[in-house]
Every structure is written in C-alpha cells, then in structure tokens.
Design a protein around this ligand. Sequence first.
Ligand code: ADP
Ligand code: MG
Length: 260
Amino acid sequence: MIPAVQIDDLAFSHPGDTTPTIDGLSLTIPTGESVAILGPSGAGKTTLLTLLDGRLRRWQGRVSILGLALDPDAPPPLSRRADSGFIFQEFALVERSTVLRNVLNGRLGRMGVLRALLGRPSAHDLSVARAAMTDCGIADLANRRVDSLSGGQRQRVAIARCLAQEPRLILADEPISNLDPARATEILTLLTHAARKRGATTIFTSHQPDLARRFADRIVGLRNGRIVVAAATADLTEDATAALYELNDAARAPQLQVIS
Ligand SMILES: Nc1ncnc2c1ncn2[C@@H]1O[C@H](COP(=O)(O)OP(=O)(O)O)[C@@H](O)[C@H]1O
Ligand SMILES: [Mg+2]
C-alpha cells in the first residue's frame, strides 16, 4: 500500500534563519496510522506539519503525500488540497458564526465553486458536517455562536471542521495543549477514533509522552529538526522510551541517537 507520508532527506530553513529548522529528516508513515511527533518548543514540529500540508516553499529533499510528490516551488494542485486537513493550535474559527457554519467551512474545498460562493451546502455536505459534529460530541451545539463556547468546545469544533473536509491525512498541531488531563484524553480519544473510522492517517504534535504512547501507533521524537527516536509504539525499546522523556532535557537530548 502507498504510505500516507514518505519523506526522504528533508531540509528546510525559515528565511533569514542561520540554522536549519528541519535537518536531513527521513520518515515513512503507513496509511491509516496515528502518529505522535514529540519534541521541545522550537524542535520544528509545527514547521514539519505546515510543510506536509503543502504550505512551505523552498525546501530540499523529497516528500510524497498519499503517493503525490510535493513540489517545493508550488502549492499542491487544487484537486488534492482537501486531502490533507489541518487542525490549528489556535483553532482559527470564525468566532461570530455558528458551530454548524464553521464546520461547513471545512467542506468548501469539496463543494463545487458555485455552492461555495453562494454558501449553499448540499444535503450531502450537511450530512457529512452533522456526522462530524456527532463524532465530536457537539451535535447539540450546532446553532450556537462559537464566541459563546469554552476552549474545549472550540477544540471540538475545530476537529469537526477538519473531519467535515473528509481529509485522508489529518495534521493536528498540539491538539491537547492547554487542556487538563481528562479533557486531553477525551480529545485524543475522539480524534483518533473519528480518524480510524474514516480510514484517515493522523499526525499530531505533543509534549506529552504518556498520552502519545497511549494514542499513537508510531512515535517520532524530534529535536533541532532531527529525528532522535522513531518507532512503532509497540516496538519502543527501553532506551527509546527513556529518550522520549528526556527530549526536553537540553543537556541530555543532543546526544540521543536512538533510531529504532
Ligand atoms: N515563520 C517563521 N520565521 C522564522 N523562523 C521561524 C518561523 N516559524 C518557526 N521558526 C523557527 O523555526 C524553529 C522551529 O519552530 P517550530 O516549527 O514552530 O517548532 P515547534 O512547533 O516544535 O515548537 C524555531 O527556531 C522557530 O523560531
Ligand atoms: Mg509548534
């Protein structure tokens, strides 16, 4: 089967930065898996997700998403853009609009141009949006304005909007930062269940090794744009597990070279 993501020798520097943000990274992610990317702030997690979403230019190496090679000089073709869905750390919702309208926004890339322009979803668009809201536990909030919701509810709306897009690859940037442990578990449960039900591959970034091990099939530890641990969760060695917990230790982590 074609992997969801195939990265070979990827390198990228933000314009003006002297050190590379992504530095010789290679990784294969099988289709349908749930993958956690762990690493301290500044490791390059958000940069990597943004690149996989086709939004960065001028990188080096080879990257294929669902069998399509990304072009470092151009965005993906329009016909493929809805295949990857991004859940932003700051949600990026339309605050003064309803939950249903926000979730339907996820379908814009799947609607015909005219429907999108007129804001007229089809019965199918509505049914996909309702299924996404149900899976995120927010069906009863459909007509509420987003600016009246709690942080946890907003996060559910952001996930439902992404699911309504019917992406084959879900990229979630720190979906559980700022949540207490009970809420974090709920969010990762619904995200990974909904993705699995739809056969989608999920990549989420996190700082929490315990939750990553519980919810991810595969774990990638990143530091300074390099992979220091990469393994199927079931195959994590003791050394690799220890390395995941030491990722945030500036003194120790640069020496980590546990590629298993
Ligand atoms: N838009 C940008 N312009 C310049 N440098 C950036 C930009 N975004 C991120 N960086 C730099 O790239 C590095 C990795 O950042 P980021 O990908 O946000 O890491 P993480 O998500 O792991 O915290 C950091 O050193 C950060 O300062
Ligand atoms: Mg980040």
